[in-house]
Design a protein around this ligand. Structure first.
Ligand code: PLP
Length: 292
Protein backbone atom coordinates (compact mmCIF):
# COMPACT_ATOMS: atom_id res chain seq x y z
CA UNK A 1 0.00 0.00 0.00
CA UNK A 2 1.44 3.38 -1.02
CA UNK A 3 0.38 5.77 1.75
CA UNK A 4 2.99 8.51 1.49
CA UNK A 5 4.52 9.78 -1.74
CA UNK A 6 7.48 12.16 -1.93
CA UNK A 7 8.61 14.08 -5.00
CA UNK A 8 11.90 15.94 -4.59
CA UNK A 9 12.05 19.10 -6.70
CA UNK A 10 15.28 19.98 -8.51
CA UNK A 11 16.36 23.21 -10.25
CA UNK A 12 12.89 24.72 -9.81
CA UNK A 13 13.81 28.40 -10.22
CA UNK A 14 12.23 29.93 -13.28
CA UNK A 15 14.85 29.99 -16.03
CA UNK A 16 16.69 26.87 -14.85
CA UNK A 17 17.12 24.70 -17.90
CA UNK A 18 16.21 21.38 -16.30
CA UNK A 19 13.53 21.82 -13.63
CA UNK A 20 12.51 18.30 -12.61
CA UNK A 21 10.95 16.23 -9.87
CA UNK A 22 12.03 12.77 -8.82
CA UNK A 23 10.14 10.28 -6.67
CA UNK A 24 11.95 9.24 -3.50
CA UNK A 25 11.18 7.14 -0.46
CA UNK A 26 9.88 9.50 2.30
CA UNK A 27 11.40 7.20 4.96
CA UNK A 28 14.94 7.64 3.65
CA UNK A 29 14.96 10.97 1.75
CA UNK A 30 17.27 13.56 3.36
CA UNK A 31 17.45 17.32 3.84
CA UNK A 32 20.93 18.66 4.67
CA UNK A 33 21.83 19.92 8.16
CA UNK A 34 22.98 23.19 6.52
CA UNK A 35 19.63 23.72 4.85
CA UNK A 36 18.21 27.13 5.77
CA UNK A 37 14.74 25.63 5.99
CA UNK A 38 16.01 23.49 8.87
CA UNK A 39 18.39 25.94 10.57
CA UNK A 40 16.25 29.08 10.29
CA UNK A 41 12.79 28.05 9.15
CA UNK A 42 13.63 30.15 6.09
CA UNK A 43 11.25 28.97 3.43
CA UNK A 44 7.65 28.69 2.39
CA UNK A 45 5.01 26.01 2.07
CA UNK A 46 1.50 25.19 0.93
CA UNK A 47 -0.89 22.47 2.09
CA UNK A 48 -3.31 21.43 -0.63
CA UNK A 49 -6.47 19.51 0.29
CA UNK A 50 -7.12 16.52 -1.98
CA UNK A 51 -10.66 15.13 -2.12
CA UNK A 52 -11.43 11.95 -4.07
CA UNK A 53 -7.94 12.34 -5.58
CA UNK A 54 -8.62 15.85 -6.94
CA UNK A 55 -6.52 18.71 -5.49
CA UNK A 56 -8.80 21.63 -4.53
CA UNK A 57 -7.83 25.19 -5.52
CA UNK A 58 -4.45 24.00 -6.81
CA UNK A 59 -3.85 27.08 -8.99
CA UNK A 60 -4.72 29.39 -6.07
CA UNK A 61 -2.21 27.51 -3.89
CA UNK A 62 0.48 27.87 -6.57
CA UNK A 63 -0.27 31.59 -6.93
CA UNK A 64 0.03 32.00 -3.16
CA UNK A 65 3.30 30.02 -3.14
CA UNK A 66 4.64 32.52 -5.69
CA UNK A 67 3.35 35.42 -3.55
CA UNK A 68 5.10 34.03 -0.45
CA UNK A 69 8.30 33.57 -2.51
CA UNK A 70 8.14 37.26 -3.51
CA UNK A 71 7.56 38.35 0.11
CA UNK A 72 10.68 36.40 1.20
CA UNK A 73 12.75 37.64 -1.79
CA UNK A 74 13.19 34.05 -2.97
CA UNK A 75 13.89 33.47 -6.67
CA UNK A 76 10.70 33.00 -8.69
CA UNK A 77 9.64 29.40 -9.13
CA UNK A 78 8.79 27.25 -12.12
CA UNK A 79 5.22 26.69 -10.97
CA UNK A 80 4.40 24.32 -13.83
CA UNK A 81 6.95 21.82 -12.48
CA UNK A 82 5.61 22.19 -8.94
CA UNK A 83 2.11 21.57 -10.28
CA UNK A 84 3.16 18.46 -12.19
CA UNK A 85 4.90 17.16 -9.06
CA UNK A 86 1.73 17.64 -6.97
CA UNK A 87 -0.39 15.83 -9.56
CA UNK A 88 2.15 13.01 -9.91
CA UNK A 89 2.42 12.49 -6.14
CA UNK A 90 -1.38 12.30 -5.82
CA UNK A 91 -1.60 9.87 -8.76
CA UNK A 92 1.04 7.64 -7.13
CA UNK A 93 -0.76 7.58 -3.76
CA UNK A 94 -3.23 4.88 -2.82
CA UNK A 95 -6.65 6.35 -3.76
CA UNK A 96 -8.35 7.89 -0.71
CA UNK A 97 -11.31 10.11 0.13
CA UNK A 98 -9.08 12.77 1.68
CA UNK A 99 -5.37 13.44 1.30
CA UNK A 100 -3.08 16.39 1.89
CA UNK A 101 -0.27 17.43 -0.48
CA UNK A 102 2.34 19.61 1.17
CA UNK A 103 4.69 21.68 -1.00
CA UNK A 104 7.84 22.87 0.81
CA UNK A 105 10.45 25.24 -0.65
CA UNK A 106 13.46 26.38 1.40
CA UNK A 107 16.15 28.93 0.62
CA UNK A 108 18.49 25.95 0.24
CA UNK A 109 21.93 25.20 1.66
CA UNK A 110 23.64 28.11 3.42
CA UNK A 111 26.23 29.52 1.03
CA UNK A 112 25.03 27.20 -1.73
CA UNK A 113 23.12 27.80 -4.90
CA UNK A 114 19.56 26.85 -5.51
CA UNK A 115 16.43 26.16 -3.55
CA UNK A 116 15.48 22.93 -1.81
CA UNK A 117 11.97 21.70 -2.47
CA UNK A 118 9.64 18.76 -2.28
CA UNK A 119 6.03 17.69 -2.43
CA UNK A 120 4.72 15.13 0.06
CA UNK A 121 1.27 13.59 -0.26
CA UNK A 122 -0.06 11.79 2.82
CA UNK A 123 -3.28 10.98 4.59
CA UNK A 124 -3.95 14.22 6.45
CA UNK A 125 -5.41 14.80 9.92
CA UNK A 126 -8.97 13.50 10.37
CA UNK A 127 -11.17 16.60 10.67
CA UNK A 128 -14.53 14.80 10.65
CA UNK A 129 -15.19 15.54 14.35
CA UNK A 130 -14.24 19.23 13.99
CA UNK A 131 -16.59 19.57 11.00
CA UNK A 132 -19.48 17.74 12.67
CA UNK A 133 -19.18 18.88 16.31
CA UNK A 134 -17.42 22.21 15.89
CA UNK A 135 -14.36 23.64 17.64
CA UNK A 136 -13.82 25.68 20.80
CA UNK A 137 -11.61 28.71 20.23
CA UNK A 138 -9.86 31.24 22.43
CA UNK A 139 -8.97 34.70 21.25
CA UNK A 140 -5.26 35.43 21.69
CA UNK A 141 -3.31 38.64 21.20
CA UNK A 142 -0.94 38.34 18.22
CA UNK A 143 1.12 41.24 19.55
CA UNK A 144 1.07 43.26 16.32
CA UNK A 145 -1.08 46.21 15.22
CA UNK A 146 -3.50 45.61 12.38
CA UNK A 147 -1.36 47.76 10.02
CA UNK A 148 1.76 45.63 10.56
CA UNK A 149 1.83 44.39 6.95
CA UNK A 150 2.26 48.00 5.76
CA UNK A 151 4.44 49.40 8.57
CA UNK A 152 6.78 46.40 9.07
CA UNK A 153 6.67 44.14 5.98
CA UNK A 154 9.85 42.35 7.15
CA UNK A 155 7.71 40.62 9.81
CA UNK A 156 6.22 38.68 6.87
CA UNK A 157 2.67 38.74 8.22
CA UNK A 158 0.48 37.23 5.51
CA UNK A 159 3.25 35.04 4.02
CA UNK A 160 3.05 31.26 4.45
CA UNK A 161 6.54 30.71 5.83
CA UNK A 162 8.05 27.60 7.42
CA UNK A 163 8.37 29.47 10.75
CA UNK A 164 5.22 28.08 12.37
CA UNK A 165 6.71 27.59 15.87
CA UNK A 166 4.68 30.60 17.12
CA UNK A 167 1.50 29.23 15.53
CA UNK A 168 2.06 25.87 17.24
CA UNK A 169 2.80 27.58 20.60
CA UNK A 170 -0.53 29.41 20.32
CA UNK A 171 -2.31 26.07 19.81
CA UNK A 172 -0.65 24.69 22.94
CA UNK A 173 -1.87 27.78 24.83
CA UNK A 174 -5.39 27.03 23.54
CA UNK A 175 -5.10 23.47 24.89
CA UNK A 176 -4.00 24.86 28.29
CA UNK A 177 -7.19 26.97 28.23
CA UNK A 178 -9.30 23.89 27.41
CA UNK A 179 -9.91 24.94 23.80
CA UNK A 180 -9.16 23.37 20.41
CA UNK A 181 -8.00 26.36 18.40
CA UNK A 182 -7.19 30.06 18.36
CA UNK A 183 -8.39 33.28 16.76
CA UNK A 184 -5.63 35.87 16.76
CA UNK A 185 -6.52 39.51 17.50
CA UNK A 186 -4.31 42.54 16.76
CA UNK A 187 -3.18 44.86 19.57
CA UNK A 188 -5.75 47.38 18.30
CA UNK A 189 -8.61 44.88 18.56
CA UNK A 190 -8.96 43.71 14.94
CA UNK A 191 -9.93 40.10 14.32
CA UNK A 192 -7.21 38.35 12.30
CA UNK A 193 -7.04 34.59 11.64
CA UNK A 194 -6.31 31.26 13.26
CA UNK A 195 -2.77 29.85 13.46
CA UNK A 196 -3.64 27.70 10.43
CA UNK A 197 -7.05 28.94 9.34
CA UNK A 198 -9.14 31.84 8.06
CA UNK A 199 -12.04 33.16 10.16
CA UNK A 200 -15.48 33.43 8.57
CA UNK A 201 -18.57 35.02 10.19
CA UNK A 202 -22.24 34.99 9.20
CA UNK A 203 -24.60 37.75 10.23
CA UNK A 204 -28.03 37.36 8.63
CA UNK A 205 -27.48 36.63 4.93
CA UNK A 206 -23.97 38.09 4.84
CA UNK A 207 -20.61 36.40 5.18
CA UNK A 208 -17.61 38.37 6.44
CA UNK A 209 -13.91 37.63 6.64
CA UNK A 210 -10.98 39.83 7.75
CA UNK A 211 -9.53 41.87 4.88
CA UNK A 212 -6.05 40.81 3.72
CA UNK A 213 -4.62 44.28 4.51
CA UNK A 214 -4.52 43.30 8.19
CA UNK A 215 -1.57 40.95 7.69
CA UNK A 216 -3.53 37.71 7.36
CA UNK A 217 -2.81 34.93 4.89
CA UNK A 218 -5.19 35.16 1.91
CA UNK A 219 -7.10 31.87 2.35
CA UNK A 220 -7.76 29.65 -0.65
CA UNK A 221 -10.68 27.95 1.14
CA UNK A 222 -12.16 31.32 2.07
CA UNK A 223 -11.93 32.42 -1.57
CA UNK A 224 -13.68 29.23 -2.68
CA UNK A 225 -16.40 29.80 -0.04
CA UNK A 226 -16.94 33.35 -1.34
CA UNK A 227 -17.18 31.96 -4.90
CA UNK A 228 -20.06 29.62 -3.96
CA UNK A 229 -21.82 31.99 -1.52
CA UNK A 230 -24.09 33.71 -4.05
CA UNK A 231 -25.48 30.30 -5.04
CA UNK A 232 -26.53 29.87 -1.39
CA UNK A 233 -28.22 33.30 -1.25
CA UNK A 234 -25.41 34.92 0.73
CA UNK A 235 -23.44 38.07 0.04
CA UNK A 236 -19.78 38.40 0.97
CA UNK A 237 -17.44 41.11 2.30
CA UNK A 238 -13.84 41.57 3.34
CA UNK A 239 -13.99 43.78 6.41
CA UNK A 240 -12.36 45.24 9.49
CA UNK A 241 -13.92 42.95 12.12
CA UNK A 242 -13.65 43.16 15.87
CA UNK A 243 -13.84 40.76 18.78
CA UNK A 244 -17.48 41.81 19.29
CA UNK A 245 -18.30 41.05 15.63
CA UNK A 246 -17.18 37.48 16.28
CA UNK A 247 -19.05 37.21 19.59
CA UNK A 248 -22.24 38.71 18.11
CA UNK A 249 -22.19 36.74 14.84
CA UNK A 250 -25.01 34.31 14.03
CA UNK A 251 -22.40 31.67 13.24
CA UNK A 252 -18.65 31.50 12.70
CA UNK A 253 -16.14 29.07 11.22
CA UNK A 254 -12.47 28.28 10.83
CA UNK A 255 -11.58 27.51 7.20
CA UNK A 256 -8.55 25.77 5.76
CA UNK A 257 -7.56 23.37 3.03
CA UNK A 258 -7.39 20.31 5.28
CA UNK A 259 -10.34 20.96 7.58
CA UNK A 260 -12.38 22.81 4.92
CA UNK A 261 -15.16 24.29 7.10
CA UNK A 262 -15.24 23.80 10.89
CA UNK A 263 -17.93 25.63 12.88
CA UNK A 264 -16.89 27.50 16.03
CA UNK A 265 -19.03 26.21 18.92
CA UNK A 266 -17.43 28.11 21.81
CA UNK A 267 -15.48 31.38 22.15
CA UNK A 268 -13.41 31.95 25.31
CA UNK A 269 -15.52 29.38 27.14
CA UNK A 270 -18.89 30.83 26.01
CA UNK A 271 -21.15 28.73 23.77
CA UNK A 272 -21.55 30.03 20.21
CA UNK A 273 -24.38 29.11 17.82
CA UNK A 274 -23.48 26.53 15.15
CA UNK A 275 -25.01 26.63 11.65
CA UNK A 276 -24.79 22.93 10.78
CA UNK A 277 -26.80 23.18 7.56
CA UNK A 278 -24.62 25.95 6.07
CA UNK A 279 -21.51 24.02 7.18
CA UNK A 280 -22.74 20.94 5.31
CA UNK A 281 -23.78 22.97 2.24
CA UNK A 282 -20.38 24.65 2.03
CA UNK A 283 -18.45 21.38 2.40
CA UNK A 284 -20.60 19.80 -0.29
CA UNK A 285 -20.04 22.68 -2.70
CA UNK A 286 -16.30 22.84 -2.04
CA UNK A 287 -15.75 19.13 -2.59
CA UNK A 288 -18.49 18.31 -5.11
CA UNK A 289 -17.85 18.24 -8.85
CA UNK A 290 -19.18 21.75 -9.75
CA UNK A 291 -17.00 23.46 -7.12
CA UNK A 292 -13.74 22.02 -8.45
N1 PLP B 1 -4.19 31.44 7.75
C1 PLP B 1 -3.08 30.76 8.11
C2 PLP B 1 -2.08 31.41 9.02
C3 PLP B 1 -2.84 29.46 7.62
O1 PLP B 1 -1.73 28.80 7.97
C4 PLP B 1 -3.82 28.86 6.78
C5 PLP B 1 -3.63 27.51 6.25
O2 PLP B 1 -2.88 26.71 6.76
C6 PLP B 1 -4.97 29.59 6.45
C7 PLP B 1 -5.12 30.88 6.95
C8 PLP B 1 -6.02 29.00 5.57
O3 PLP B 1 -5.57 28.93 4.23
P1 PLP B 1 -6.10 27.86 3.21
O4 PLP B 1 -7.58 27.93 3.22
O5 PLP B 1 -5.54 28.32 1.90
O6 PLP B 1 -5.58 26.53 3.63
Amino acid sequence: MIDSVLMMLHAIERGDSAATFVRENPATAKVGVLDLGVTRGDGIFESVGVYSNVPLQLDAHLERLARSARMLDLPSLDLSVVKQAVLASIAAHEPAKELLSKIVITRGIEGGHGLTGWVLTTTGIDYSTARARGVRVVMLDRGYRSDVAQTAPWLLQGAKTLSYAVNKAALREAARRDADDVVFVSTDGVLLEGPASTVLLRTGDSLFTPAWDFGVLPGTTQRAVFDVAAGLGLDTSYARLTVDDLRNSDAAWLLSSGRLVAPIRAIDGQQHPVDASLTAALIERLTGPPGR
